[in-house]
Design a protein around this ligand. Sequence first.
Ligand SMILES: [Zn+2]
Length: 136
Amino acid sequence: MPEGKRPLPQPTPETRHFWEGTQAGELRLQRCNTCQKAYFPPRPFCPACGQREVSMFKASGKARLFSYVIHHRPVAGFDPPYAIAVVELDEGPRMMSNIVDCPQTPEALVLDMPLEVAFEKQTDEITLPLFRPAKG
Ligand SMILES: [Zn+2]
């Protein structure tokens, strides 16, 4: 286990549904009722058109590796080297995450590789959505 604790997000009223979702094993996104765009991170209005009528839905958990950087310095809660990745969800939004079950090397981390969400419980309140190479 890595030394120290990684910094964890603090749920807010706007993000609580997201963190309740990850605890339940669901990746919950929001979608605008007007323009139908899915978005992340959570907010009470559509970032594309500004409408406040938005709905929550359960995402597929499927994504592709959009970009990443490999860090070689130790940071609390991580064993270097580790990749900080941006994944693009099948529904469209991008999120920062880590890629697990995979060597943290440029040879293994291929851009556009298919990924699937993997939930990792950190505390009673926070379960992080990480991503691993999709099976099959
Ligand atoms: Zn909209």
